[in-house]
Design a protein around this ligand. Structure first.
Ligand code: SAH
Length: 583
């Protein structure tokens, strides 16, 4: 379905494979722009033929720049329209593949003629600073100088290339400095995983059964695992099929890419990806837990431990706290959580803890991010518990940093019991749960007079992946389903089977309070179709109830079979102001 809030036609942004094409540059005016055209043509693997150069000086300069390139050629004569169909590749009947017109203003009649002819012949044409004579335009493009293959192109749909350039620069400045290594490393891992695991699997299964159906099934594995809405597909840890085992690393990789701090992706190795967490696994950082805790003197020490419980206050063996870090934005972190982060010796973080919060951890503090991926959640959890306990015994201040609130589907209770039973009763600091923050950031009053008088927070995934007990439908209730999007189809089917109103408004709230927050409003009956169509941007949850529509304009909530959803993107956090307070 096309989002009909977009009334302007938008050009299609594509990345074309131009290898071996013949691309014609007609004229060389202005020379600077002409040079960058030629450079990008050559970089794309195409041949650049310059025709009708504007001056002898231009020829000299172009030759000195590109003369040594075998795919570069200058034809020093004026243009004949027949050139368009005679100097191209034999493979495409000698029609040139693409045309760039760089003629001076006074030759605009020729430009018009070339344009008309190109349109007739369906040759894509770009005329310098003449959108009316162009069938495509080039975005303002950044090419990673380190050669990772990363390119970022910005288009404002003809609303100013200076602006597009500025936006491009801002986007690039916001990326981690090691983005090139991130792209190269992830590309390498992806290749290795696909080549080693999936090809092996394809081969094995094909030979086992020799049935086309199985081969098709595996092809689903090869491609489908990268479909974002399947990213969180439930994998049963202790009941994995051989195929699941083999595809495990692919899924882990997809999850890693989705959840890990971007800059950290530069160093993840294949060995780490495939390894099962064990008791003595090293952490992400080269430091290890045996490091001596910093000695804090007098009142410093007191301040640092001020929020610890009495049981730990004078415990030379260290301490453990379970700390909620809120849903994403650092503006939703509590001051207590901040103090814990700043005074920890070791931070054990959930993989969902947002980057902004991780950035607050002092660089000298050892940080370990849970390696909970589909199929190894139990083992990864055990690894964290053991690591925490071991470190506390060594006298360290261990902060177990959890996403949202530690006691809302965060296993906080289990962790509390574990550490207490082992002699370290943790201090527990609440965090703002995504369950209640998601509604606020998406303009949903979870309770509102005459609309909703109760709130229910529940899970879409019960223990060991079973469906949870389905709550009854109450029309004055706002129900929030966490961990539900990867199986929205099953859940919604069950809700409808239990007499839930198919037309009740639903919001799919993803990455609540993060800059890339997405709120998709629809009706219950359309949810699975919509999830399939928009893909997923984890973590996300479902809010179901009339409160979803209470504060937003009608056009965002009136749906039918041909208009099934509306999307609102982004969240304006107050981080920039906060940053001065936080440091
Ligand atoms: N303890 C957490 C919840 C952990 S369970 C809390 O209180 O928020 C993980 C689930 O929380 C995810 O599957 C998703 O449903 C939800 N979730 C966590 N952060 C979210 C966010 N920023 N936006 C939307 N949903 C989120």
């Amino acid at each position: 379905m096309i989002d009909d809030t977009l009334s302007l036609p938008l050009p299609l942004l594509v990345a074309c494979d131009c290898r071996d094409e013949v691309q014609l540059v007609i004229g060389t005016n202005p020379l600077g722009a002409c040079k960058s055209r030629i450079k990008s043509i050559l970089r794309s693997g195409a041949n650049a033929i310059v025709l009708a150069p504007t001056s002898d000086n231009d020829i000299k300069q172009l030759v000195s720049n590109f003369g040594s390139e075998s795919r570069f050629q200058i034809i020093n004569r004026s243009l004949h329209l027949s050139d368009l169909t005679t100097i191209g590749r034999p493979l495409v009947a000698k029609v040139v593949d693409r045309v760039f017109v760089q003629l001076p203003m006074e030759q605009c009649l020729i430009a018009k003629e070339v344009y008309t002819q190109c349109v007739k012949l369906r040759i894509p044409i770009n005329t310098f600073q003449r959108p009316e004579y162009s069938t495509f335009h080039m975005g303002s493009t950044y090419v990673d100088p380190e050669g990772s293959g990363l390119q970022i192109s910005v288009s404002t749909n003809g609303q100013g290339c200076i602006l597009a350039n500025r936006i491009k620069r801002e986007v690039i400045a916001a990326l981690p400095k090691n983005i090139s290594q991130v792209v190269s490393n992830m590309g390498r891992l992806r290749d290795q995983v696909i080549n080693e695991d999936q090809k092996k699997l394809l081969h094995q299964q094909y030979h086992l059964t020799q049935e086309l159906a199985v081969a098709e099934n595996v092809w689903y594995g090869l491609t489908g695992e990268y479909e974002s809405h399947k990213l969180n597909k439930l994998i049963k840890e202790f009941d994995m099929s051989e195929r699941d085992q083999k595809l495990k690393r692919t899924r882990w990789l997809s999850q890693l890419i989705e959840y890990y701090p971007l800059s950290k992706l530069a160093d993840v190795s294949l060995a780490e990806l495939g390894s099962q967490p064990t008791e003595h696994q090293n952490s992400d950082t080269p430091n290890n837990t045996s490091k001596v805790p910093p000695i804090l003197e007098g009142s410093d020490r007191e301040n640092a431990t001020a929020i610890q419980s009495n049981s730990n206050k004078s415990d030379p063996r260290g301490s453990i706290s379970l700390v909620g870090s809120g849903p994403g934005s650092t503006s939703m972190l509590t001051l207590g959580a901040l103090q814990e982060i700043k005074t920890a010796d070791l931070v054990l973080a959930d993989k969902l803890v947002p980057q902004g919060v991780l950035d607050l951890i002092p660089s000298s503090t050892e940080t370990f991010i849970a390696r909970k991926f589909p199929g190894n959640a139990e083992r990864a959890q055990q690894e964290l518990l053991e690591k925490g306990l071991e470190s506390a015994k060594k006298g360290l201040k261990v902060v177990r940093l959890k996403q949202g609130d530690p006691y809302i589907f965060g296993r906080g209770g289990e962790e509390y019991k574990y550490f207490s039973q082992h002699g370290f009763e943790p201090v527990v600091l609440p965090g703002l749960s995504s369950a209640l923050a998601s509604t606020v950031v998406s303009r949903i009053p979870a309770t509102q007079r005459d609309v909703a008088d109760q709130v229910l927070v529940c899970t879409g995934t019960g223990r060991k992946g079973a469906l949870p007990q389905i709550p009854e439908y109450v029309s004055s209730r706002t129900t929030i389903f966490l961990m539900a999007l990867h199986r929205a189809d099953v859940l919604v089917r069950e809700l409808l089977n239990h007499q839930w109103d198919p037309k009740v408004p639903v919001a799919i709230v993803e990455r609540a309070s993060c800059p890339d927050q997405r709120v998709t409003r629809t009706q219950l009956k359309y949810v699975s179709e919509v999830v399939e169509e928009i893909g997923s941007r984890p973590p996300g949850l479902l809010v179901v109830g009339h409160s979803v529509a209470a504060l937003v304009p009608d056009k965002l909530t009136q749906f039918n079979d041909s208009h099934k959803y509306s999307i609102e993107e982004g969240y304006q956090a107050t981080e920039p102001v906060l940053s001065s307070l936080l440091n």
